[in-house]
Design a protein around this ligand. Structure first.
Ligand SMILES: [Zn+2]
Length: 267
C-alpha cells in the first residue's frame, strides 16, 4: 500500500533566495510541513496559515480532500507568489457486511448523550492552536506490533456506509507501552469513552495532534509536557473493540490526516 506513494521529498519552490521548502507526500490524508523565510505570510486556498517566528508551518489534507489546491505567499521582496498543489488520489479499502442484527449497526438510544459528550470533549481538546513546533520532528511509531487497520478504510454494514476508519491500528497485547510519537502537551485523557474507551490526545503545536484510542491506562495527565519517546499510556481493549490494539489518529485542526505517512514503513 505504501509503495504506491513516492517517498517524502523536499520541494523547493520559487528562487533560492525566496525559497519555500515543503516536506511531505502530495496525496490525500497527508500532512505537509514547510519552512519559509521568517515573517513570510502564507495562505492555502486563501486561508491564512500559522507561520512560526522561524518560518515553520504545516497544513494537512483530509481523506477525501479535493485534488487541486493553491498555495500563496508574499516573498521577501513583497511579491505575491502562487503555486498549484496537485494531490495524488488514494484508493481506500471498502468492506461490505450484510445480515447484521440491527443493534450492532446503530448505538442504543440511552448512550447517545454520552457519545455527544465524548465528541464535544475531543473537539475541544483538538482546538488548541499553540505556537510550539513539535510537529517538525521526525515522528516515531508510538508502539510495537503489526498494523491491523489502515487510514481511510470503510465498512458498509447492512448497506449503510459507516464512518471511515481514520487511524492506523497497531495490534498488541493489553499493557504494551505507548510512547509519545513527537514532543507535545497532553490535552485530553479520559479512561472510558463509549466508542474509544481510554482516550488520550497529545498536541504537537499549530493544531496538529495525535489521538490514541482504546487505552488500558494513562501515565500522564492533562497539561503535561511530554518528550518524544516518553511512556504515556498502555495499549488496551477498552470501548467498542474486538481485540486489544492501539488506534492512532492525527489531526490538523478538524482535518483528519494519516499518521502512517509520517513514520517509517512497517508491515
Ligand atoms: Zn482502529
Amino acid at each position: 500500500m505504501r509503495k504506491f506513494f513516492v517517498l517524502a521529498m523536499w520541494l523547493f519552490l520559487a528562487s533560492a533566495a525566496n525559497a519555500l521548502e515543503l516536506d511531505g507526500e502530495f496525496t490525500q490524508g497527508s500532512l505537509i510541513r514547510g519552512k519559509a523565510p521568517s515573517q513570510t505570510q502564507i495562505w492555502l486556498n486563501d486561508k491564512a496559515l500559522k507561520v512560526s517566528q522561524q518560518g515553520y508551518f504545516a497544513f494537512g489534507f483530509g481523506r477525501d480532500a479535493k485534488l487541486q489546491h493553491e498555495l500563496k505567499w508574499v516573498d521577501v521582496d513583497g511579491k505575491t507568489q502562487v503555486k498549484d498543489i496537485v494531490l495524488h488520489k488514494r484508493d481506500y479499502q471498502v468492506q461490505r457486511i450484510e445480515g447484521l442484527p440491527p443493534k450492532m449497526v446503530t448505538p442504543p438510544e440511552e448512550v447517545l448523550a454520552r457519545i455527544k459528550q465524548d465528541n464535544r470533549q475531543v473537539a475541544q481538546a483538538r482546538k488548541m492552536d499553540d505556537d510550539r513546533i513539535d510537529f517538525m520532528q521526525s515522528f516515531i511509531w508510538p508502539s510495537d506490533g503489526p498494523i491491523s487497520g489502515v487510514y481511510g478504510s470503510q465498512r458498509v454494514l447492512n448497506g449503510q456506509p459507516k464512518r471511515p476508519h481514520f487511524g492506523v491500528d497497531v495490534a498488541a497485547p493489553v499493557g504494551t507501552p505507548v510512547y509519545a510519537p513527537a514532543d507535545g502537551v497532553v490535552t485530553l485523557w479520559v479512561p472510558d469513552m463509549y466508542y474509544s474507551g481510554g482516550t488520550m490526545i497529545i498536541d504537537h503545536g499549530h493544531s496538529i495532534s495525535s489521538t490514541f484510542l482504546h487505552l488500558h491506562a494513562g501515565h500522564v495527565k492533562v497539561g503535561d509536557r511530554v518528550k518524544q519517546g516518553q511512556l504515556v499510556a498502555e495499549i488496551g481493549a477498552t470501548g467498542r473493540v474486538t481485540g486489544a490494539h492501539l488506534d492512532w489518529r492525527m489531526n490538523w485542526g478538524s482535518e483528519r490526516i494519516d499518521p502512517e505517512l509520517l513514520v517509517p514503513p512497517r508491515n
